[in-house]
Ligand binder design. Structure first.
Ligand SMILES: Nc1ncnc2c1ncn2[C@@H]1O[C@H](COP(=O)(O)OP(=O)(O)OP(=O)(O)O)[C@@H](O)[C@H]1O
Ligand SMILES: [Mg+2]
Length: 191
């Protein structure tokens, strides 16, 4: 995997780690890919699923963006009681991520990111109040927000676009790929 991915990096803008924690991404592979990405100026972002299996989003260091759920963020920190703002701060220090989006299901998301020389936290509600099937919500948010950052958007624009993508995804049955036009259509409905 290291050889195959490294070969692609000269023509790559963005590398997404979507870790389901079944053993495909050992620490050494992540580290070496991270070094190679830095060398080629490739942006990295990561998401790490915890469900039946244990997960640790903080294994992904120096990412442009990480998008754990609240449970995944708390698992990485072994933090059960602190408020979400503190969870965001602690996770930033541990993972050294530049931007953190903690997803909160039907409650939307929390952004913890740099703004004018300090770190700020802000909330965005879920944009679809009548979801039909939540499968793929987190994946859509992660992918769309990362692409937005890669295209030069800031974390606030990226989070909003990610939330729009998640809103589209939960509005239909099945976890199927979203098109740019669907996301555009959704934005036009708001305007
Ligand atoms: N029940 C819901 N109603 C409305 N929006 C939702 C709902 N669940 C998820 N979303 C949207 O999707 C985003 C990501 O969802 P969530 O926090 O459930 O991530 P996740 O658990 O990683 O999802 P996945 O199962 O795809 O990994 C939320 O921030 C919200 O915008
Ligand atoms: Mg997820």
């Amino acid at each position: 995997m290291l050889a195959d991915i490294t070969e692609c990096l000269p023509d790559t803008d963005l590398l997404l780690f979507s870790d389901f924690n079944y053993g495909c991404l050992p620490g050494e592979l992540i580290e070496r890919l991270g070094e190679a990405c830095k060398k080629h100026g490739v942006i990295m972002a990561a998401d790490s699923q915890a469900s039946s299996q244990l997960a640790d989003i903080s294994r992904f260091r120096d990412m442009k963006l990480i998008t754990p759920t609240e449970i995944e963020a708390r698992l990485a920190l072994k933090e059960r009681t602190a408020g979400l703002v503190v969870v965001g701060e602690k996770l930033r220090k541990l993972s050294r991520a530049e931007n953190i989006v903690i997803t909160l299901g039907a409650e939307g998301l929390l952004v913890h990111a740099p703004k004018s020389g300090q770190f700020v936290t802000d909330r965005l509600p879920a944009l679809n109040t009548a979801p039909r099937d939540v499968a793929g919500a987190g994946d859509s948010l992660f992918t769309c927000a990362s692409l937005a950052m890669c295209a030069g958007g800031d974390i606030w624009q990226a989070s909003l676009l990610g939330a729009v993508a998640a809103a589209c995804q939960v509005g239909r049955v099945g976890n199927t790929p979203l098109s740019g036009n669907e996301i555009k259509g959704e934005i036009e409905r708001f305007m």
